[in-house]
Design a protein around this ligand. Structure first.
Ligand SMILES: [Fe+2]
Length: 261
């Protein structure tokens, strides 16, 4: 695997002491911050090649994902009045391409590399993690142009793996508020306070080439609006505890505007 820096990040040597040390470091960061970053995970040459490959696809074939949504990405929440401030609507806009459109890229190579899924499983202390059986939803590249943003939300999956390919010159920052809710307590008043700008949040600075793993199921997060001519380009890789996961038809249409590769 020559696209990632295996000297610093020896994912190809899972029996080595340096691999164990890396896993332990990631686990410590994850427990402390709810995320970990591996800077320069993608080699500079692979980053360059990837951008050259994906940019024309983004410009000509991307699905424009434009929608108004609440923090739950759901139309209604049982037990919550439709006018509750926790359901405040915001807009998300980006340009999305999928694994099936960039099959020869470093993104799909990494997504399909069993050692990468094993590494994530080791960090998460799971018996295994598996790529989706879904060539549309499994691996995406999301691009945010001037004024575009991914608004406040909680994730459907327990954690999300991203690889930043291009950082914008201004805006487009990853912002979060950790553990805003728990599995037992939806904390609707806290959600409402966040949406009203009344809570203190954290910004996670990121450079292109950085791998980020983030526990987003109970941590509210967003990408702030990009400002300027350099779009934010970010790859998102989704793994699950079991093989065979697919999006539903409704999810495919909502996020990608199509249902077949
Ligand atoms: Fe998310």
């Amino acid at each position: 695997m020559d696209i990632i820096d295996t000297n610093t990040y020896p994912l190809d040597q899972p029996d080595s002491a340096s691999y164990s040390a890396l896993v332990a470091l990631c686990q410590t960061d994850l427990a402390k911050n709810g995320l970990f970053n591996l800077p320069e995970f993608l080699r500079p040459s692979a980053l360059q090649d990837t951008l050259e490959l994906v940019k024309p696809v983004i410009e000509t074939q991307a699905f424009v994902h434009l929608r108004t949504h609440n923090i739950y990405f759901k139309k209604t929440i049982p037990g919550l009045a439709p006018d509750h401030p926790a359901l405040k609507l915001r807009q998300t806009a980006n340009h999305t391409i999928c694994a099936d459109q960039i099959e020869d890229s470093a993104i799909t190579q990494l997504y399909d590399w069993p050692a990468f899924a094993s590494f994530l499983a080791d960090v998460m202390q799971k018996p295994g993690l598996y790529p989706m059986d879904d060539r549309i939803a499994g691996a995406n590249v999301m691009t945010y142009y001037d004024g575009e943003a991914l608004n406040w939300h909680f994730d459907r999956s327990e954690f999300t793996t991203t690889l930043l390919l291009q950082a914008p010159s201004n805006g487009g920052e990853f912002e979060y508020l950790r553990d805003l809710r728990t599995d037992d307590d939806p904390n609707y008043d806290g959600v409402a306070a966040l949406l009203n700008g009344q809570l203190e949040t954290t910004i996670c600075p990121q450079a292109a080439g950085t791998l980020n793993v983030f526990r987003g199921v109970n941590t509210a997060h967003r990408v702030t609006p990009v400002e300027g001519d350099t779009p934010r380009i970010n790859a998102v890789l989704t793994y699950f505890d079991a093989p065979g996961r697919k999006f539903t038809t409704e999810e495919h249409l909502g996020f990608y505007g199509r249902t077949t590769p």
